[in-house]
Design a protein around this ligand. Structure first.
Ligand code: AMP
Length: 370
C-alpha cells in the first residue's frame, strides 16, 4: 500500500523481515571479525536509532553504545551543509569504534564523522552502514560493512524521515516518482450507459477513457488482423479471448504515459483480465481505485439497446436474441468481478436509471470521495 507523508507518496520497498535479515547478517560479520575486542558502537542520530537498537540487541557479545547527532537532510536532497549538533561525549582513545549509519548516500555525513574522529586516537575506526547508494556516493572513505546497496531514490522508514515524518515506520518505503493516478473501472451490463457517462467523467476529471469495445470496433473498421479476429466473437455477442484483449489493453495504456488516470470501460470482463489489470497498474506504481457500476434492470437494457440499434449501426444491437446473449454473458462471466472488487472494498454500485445528468452526479459523488 502507498503511504503519504506531507505532499509525497511512498511505496513499500524493503520489508521489516528483510531488514531483520540484513541487520542479522551485519551483526554476524562484525561479531566474527571483532572476535574478543569489545567495541564501542557509535550511532549517527537521528536516522540510525532503530538500526542501532536492533543491531545491539542482536549483538552476541558485550559492547558499549553511544551516539553523535548530525543533521544532513533538508527535505529529500542531501545538503552540503552538515551540522554537528552533539559530538562525542566520552573518551575513545585506543578503542575499537564501529560507526553505525542508517544510510550513506553523498558521503557528506561520513566526511563529518571522519572529521569528528580525526583527533580521537581511536585504535580502529570501522564504518558500517545499513543502506548504501553507490550512485550517489562521492567520497573515498572506505565502507567496511554495507547491509544493502540501494538505487539512488529517496527512502523513508526505519528511522529515516521526510521532513520529520516516517521515522516510526518499521519498514522502508521509496519515493513514488510517477504522479498519483486515479483509475476507475466503469462497470455495468451492455446498454447501462457506460460510454455516455465516460464522456462526461473523462472531461470532468481529466482522465483517459479506454473502451475495449470501441478499440475493437475501430480495428474492425480499419480491417486490421486484430479486428478480423475480434469480429468473429463480437458478432455473436461472445467475449474476445482474454490474451488478445489483455495485450490490446496494455498497448492502449502504454500510449498514454502521462495520463492522470484511466477510465476502463468494458474491461476487465473476466477474472484473468482483472488480475492482468492489477499487474499493469502495479507496474505503473498505481492501482485501480474503484469499480463504479451502473445498475440497470435487464428489460430496461433490452429496450435501450434495441433503440440504440436503430441508429448505431452495430450488428450486436440489432437483434434481441444477441442483446439478451450479451446481457447473459455479462452476468455469467462478468458478475464475478463485482466480488473481486468488493473484497477489496472497491465496489460502488450506482443506480443507472434516470436522466443522464442525474446519473453523472451520482457517479461524481463516488469519484469525489476517492
Ligand atoms: P462493448 O462495446 O463493451 O459492449 O463490447 C462489445 C463487444 O466487444 C463485446 O461483446 C465483446 O465481444 C468485445 N469485448 C469488449 N471488451 C471486451 C473484453 N474486455 N473482453 C472480451 N471481449 C470484449
Amino acid at each position: 500500500m502507498l503511504i503519504k507523508l506531507h505532499d509525497l507518496y511512498f511505496k513499500p520497498f524493503i520489508s521489516e523481515k528483510e531488514i531483520g535479515t540484513i541487520v542479522k547478517n551485519m551483526v554476524d560479520a562484525i561479531a566474527e571479525d571483532l572476535g574478543d575486542e569489545m567495541p564501542v558502537f557509535v550511532g549517527v542520530l537521528n536516522g540510525s536509532f532503530m538500526f542501532v537498537s536492533d543491531f545491539v540487541k542482536k549483538y552476541p557479545k558485550s559492547c558499549e553504545v553511544t551516539f553523535i547527532k548530525l543533521a544532513s537532510y533538508e527535505g529529500v536532497k542531501s545538503t552540503e551543509d552538515i551540522q554537528r549538533l552533539i559530538g562525542l561525549t566520552q573518551d575513545l582513545t585506543d578503542r575499537t569504534v564501529v560507526v553505525l549509519e542508517d544510510i550513506i548516500d553523498s558521503g557528506n555525513t561520513l566526511e563529518e564523522v571522519h572529521r569528528i574522529f580525526r583527533n580521537e586516537n581511536v585504535k580502529n575506526l570501522i564504518i558500517a552502514t545499513l543502506f548504501y547508494k553507490p550512485e550517489a556516493y562521492a567520497k573515498d572513505f572506505k565502507l567496511h560493512y554495507v547491509g544493502k546497496e540501494i538505487p539512488n531514490k529517496f527512502i523513508v522508514g526505519y528511522g529515516l524521515d521526510y521532513n520529520g515524518l516516517g521515522r516510526d515506520l518499521p519498514a522502508i518505503y521509496q519515493l513514488k516518482t510517477t504522479q498519483y493516478m486515479i483509475n476507475i473501472v466503469l462497470f455495468g451490463p451492455p446498454g447501462a450507459g457506460k460510454g455516455t457517462q465516460a464522456e462526461f467523467l473523462k472531461e470532468k476529471y481529466d482522465l483517459v477513457h479506454i473502451s475495449t469495445g470501441d478499440v475493437f470496433r475501430c480495428n474492425i473498421k480499419n480491417e486490421t488482423a486484430l479486428g478480423m479476429l475480434a469480429k468473429s466473437y463480437m458478432d455473436k455477442g461472445a467475449l474476445v479471448p482474454d490474451q488478445v484483449t489483455i495485450d490490446m489493453l496494455n498497448k492502449e495504456v502504454e500510449k498514454n504515459t502521462d495520463a492522470n488516470g484511466f477510465i476502463f470501460d468494458g474491461f476487465p470482463r473476466t477474472d484473468a483480465q482483472a488480475k492482468a489489470l492489477d499487474n499493469l497498474m502495479d507496474s505503473k506504481d498505481s492501482q485501480i481505485n474503484a469499480m463504479v457500476a451502473l445498475e440497470v434492470d435487464d428489460e430496461v437494457l433490452v429496450q435501450r439497446l434495441l433503440k440504440r440499434g436503430e441508429t448505431s449501426g452495430r450488428a450486436d444491437d440489432a437483434d434481441e436474441g444477441i442483446i439478451r446473449n450479451r446481457i447473459k454473458e455479462y452476468y455469467n462471466k462478468t458478475a464475478i468481478l463485482k466480488d473481486y472488487y468488493s473484497e477489496q472494498n472497491k465496489y460502488f454500485g450506482v443506480d443507472g436509471v434516470g436522466s443522464i445528468e442525474a446519473i453523472t452526479e451520482r457517479l461524481s459523488n463516488v469519484l469525489d470521495k476517492l
